[in-house]
Design a protein around this ligand. Structure first.
Ligand SMILES: NC(=O)c1ccc[n+]([C@@H]2O[C@H](COP(=O)([O-])OP(=O)(O)OC[C@H]3O[C@@H](n4cnc5c(N)ncnc54)[C@H](O)[C@@H]3O)[C@@H](O)[C@H]2O)c1
Length: 318
């Protein structure tokens, strides 16, 4: 691997968020030099407290050219996680979704190209698939985005592919499927369902399900996503590709809630609300390409991941 000063320097955009802070932590554990760029619009400084003194933090916006220039200087690999990561928020605020998720990603790629960054690993999203049947989603299927968020994340993929083919910037787009784990923020109305369910159950509040609860997801523990990213930073075969990152197993929201109630020891009856606009009915990853190009297979299954996640939220609430 080519490096700028004898070792690989990493930039994590959105490193103050859920996934980004785990990436920063994993890189620090591997002895890498890590810079984080975040404006803390949805992330939290507290996510990086345990890394104080071990990372360089730039507080700024990915839409700002000067900030990006500073952030990309001397960097070999960028993990681009910064985004406004919410389907319902994109439905309510399509302009900010477009500005951060499309324009911001474009700016990150431009700045990376101009700074001579070797590789950008982009946080793409399974939402790009939209509603294309119940079977596992394969990367070659024609996307069918159903929300402004899904469109924006898909545009980011296309830009990644074009920056690879036209400008020679090595890019890899990882389509994450419903990531969960410690540090996922339950406080926003737009948060991931597992963080919401767990905090509701731990505090004795009625969990809320949008729709009938029979919609299914491929819930992916954060450790699996970190592993896929580390592989994507290295794999020569992955360059220019879009690759699913999930677990290839399907869980309905009703099953998820039942499993969490068992782990936590509650028997709360959920409240069912109207389905949300832009949400897909079923989402499941095919992992053939991830295995071929990254040698990836999920190491942590749903139950193990849920137990570790519950443990973390318990510590936070106690
Ligand atoms: N969590 C999931 O299930 C999931 C699934 C698919 C894709 N993704 C993608 O993964 C990435 C990380 O998501 P997450 O769940 O960790 O969300 P998160 O909200 O915890 O992290 C996003 C981070 O980006 C930062 N950010 C937002 N706008 C910014 C801007 N203009 N400039 C600088 N920083 C900015 C936020 O402050 C936050 O720290 C996102 O790109 C998201 O689209 C997440």
């Amino acid at each position: 691997m080519s490096t700028k000063n004898g070792h690989t320097n990493f930039l994590v955009t959105g490193g103050g968020g859920f996934i980004g802070s785990h990436l920063a932590e994993a890189l620090v554990k591997r002895g890498k030099s890590v810079r984080v760029l975040d404006n803390f619009s949805t992330g939290h400084r507290a996510n990086l407290d345990h890394l104080a003194g071990k990372i360089e933090l730039i507080e700024g916006d990915i839409r700002n050219e000067a900030t990006l220039q500073q952030a990309c200087a001397g960097i070999d690999v960028v993990f681009h996680e910064a985004a406004i990561p919410s389907v319902p928020r994109s439905v309510r605020e399509p302009e900010v979704n477009h500005d951060v998720n499309v324009n911001g990603t474009f700016r990150v790629l431009l700045a990376a190209r101009d700074a001579g960054v070797r590789r950008v690993v982009y946080a793409a999203s399974s939402s790009a698939y939209g509603e294309i049947g119940t079977s596992a989603k394969i990367e070659d299927q024609t996307p069918n985005p159903l929300s402004p968020y899904a469109v924006a994340k898909l545009v980011g993929e296309y830009y990644c592919q074009v920056f690879a083919s036209v400008y020679g910037l090595e890019t890899v787009a990882l389509r994450y499927f419903n990531v969960f784990g410690p540090r996922q923020d339950p406080s926003s109305p737009y948060s991931g369902v597992i963080s919401k369910f767990v905090t509701s159950l731990l505090t004795g509040q009625t969990p809320k399900i949008f729709g009938d609860g029979e919609q299914s997801r491929d819930f992916t523990y954060i450790g699996n996503v970190i592993d896929a990213n580390m592989r994507a930073a290295e794999s020569a075969a992955a360059v220019g590709h879009v690759i699913n990152v999930g677990t290839a197993s399907r869980t309905t929201l009703n099953q998820l809630l039942a499993e969490l109630q068992q782990i936590i020891g509650t028997t709360l009856t959920p409240e069912y609300a109207e389905p949300r606009a832009g949400d897909v009915r079923h989402s499941l990853a095919d992992l053939t390409r991830a295995a071929e190009l990254l040698g990836y297979e999920p190491q942590t299954d749903l139950t193990t991941g849920l137990r570790q996640t519950v443990e973390w939220y318990r510590e936070q609430t106690s």
